[in-house]
Ligand binder design. Structure first.
Ligand SMILES: C[S@@+](CC[C@H](N)C(=O)[O-])C[C@H]1O[C@@H](n2cnc3c(N)ncnc32)[C@H](O)[C@@H]1O
Length: 301
């Protein structure tokens, strides 16, 4: 499978979770899937855990800095690196929770397909916000609320250029998301990207979801432990960093009522395999907080 092809695989897993009722609030993945495929219960549960954990962190970030019930939250932006066919922007917009602007980056091959689908689908196009311009050829969508831009994450000059042209504002509190992406880069390129984030942004969280070990991917040996994942941030001048494996996140940091609900959806008896698999995946994040709005951000201690 090509690196770009891993995106279709991720989209199919998400669709499988939606069809089985694990994910109940995503109305948009359907437009990116031609032929839905059923995944096994263990894959569905694993994908649900990943989705629920990341979504929880995104919602926390979006509400950070709100002092009182009637106060507005500060203007914020999200930058999704290697976004693939992720639909979180569209769902946030549908729920009235979108940030000031949402940026997505991927290879031209992927952004071009995504721009084509957005352009051809009313339900997606209508969510873009004002001044929308969609170009399938250039693999680009720009609008007041959402920008989809082609760039190779290994080329930071090109990344800066597309972001600057699209009005990315490094002074705004920013959530950078790299979900199942850095592992496809060589370790040096991942480290450069994490450092780039620390240098460019002053109030930000950089969230990574990735495997720890056990599969032959480019970046895997560079950070084989949770400690190494945290140090990759702190060595790049992020103020603090946290890395937890998905087994811990599933047991301690997801909504218990929702866990009870999803555990009733399918017969599940692969418990040993489940724990081993979940220990091989993690979420790590680094935080910089010049504005002092992210003190409470993250998984509770
Ligand atoms: C496994 S998919 C994950 C997609 C999405 N983040 C998700 O979680 O559903 C990995 C994505 O990273 C993108 N990607 C990998 N290396 C990249 C690079 N050097 N530059 C830009 N995008 C890259 C791929 O094209 C693909 O869309």
């Amino acid at each position: 499978m090509s690196v770009q092809g891993t995106n279709d695989d991720a989209t199919l897993s998400k669709m499988s979770c939606i069809k089985k009722g694990y994910i109940t609030n995503d109305n948009f993945v359907q437009y990116f899937v031609r032929r839905p495929t059923k995944r096994s219960p263990i894959i569905n549960r694993g994908y649900y855990a990943r989705w629920a954990a990341i979504r929880g962190l995104i919602l926390q970030f979006l509400s950070a800095g709100k002092e009182g019930a009637n106060e507005e939250t500060p203007k914020k932006q999200i930058l999704s690196l290697g976004a693939g066919f992720d639909t979180v922007f569209f769902q946030l917009k549908e729920d009235g929770k979108q940030p000031h602007r949402f940026y997505e980056i991927d290879f031209l091959e992927v952004t071009s397909r995504k721009a084509g689908i957005i352009g051809a689908t009313d339900a997606l196009r209508s969510k873009l916000g004002g001044n929308a311009v969609i170009s399938k050829e250039q693999g680009e969508v720009t609008s007041n609320d959402y920008c989809l831009l082609p760039a190779d994450l290994r080329d930071l000059t090109a990344l800066n250029k597309v972001l600057d042209n699209a009005g990315f504002d490094p002074s705004l509190p920013t959530l950078v998301l790299a979900e199942c992406v850095l592992i496809y880069l060589d370790p040096q390129a991942s480290r450069s990207l994490i450092k780039w984030g620390a240098q460019k942004l002053s109030t930000a969280v950089f969230i990574i979801y990735e495997q720890m070990r056990g599969c032959p991917l480019l970046g895997i040996d560079d950070t084989p432990t949770l400690r190494a994942k945290e140090e990759r941030f702190t060595e790049a001048c992020w103020q603090r960093a946290v890395a937890l494996n998905m087994d811990n996140i599933y047991s301690c940091h997801l909504d218990r009522d929702d866990i009870r609900r999803i555990e009733r959806l399918e017969i599940f008896d692969e418990f040993e395999e489940w724990h081993i698999m979940q220990e091989h995946y993690c979420i790590a994040y680094g935080i910089k907080d010049q504005l002092g709005i992210l003190e409470k951000f993250g998984f509770s201690q």
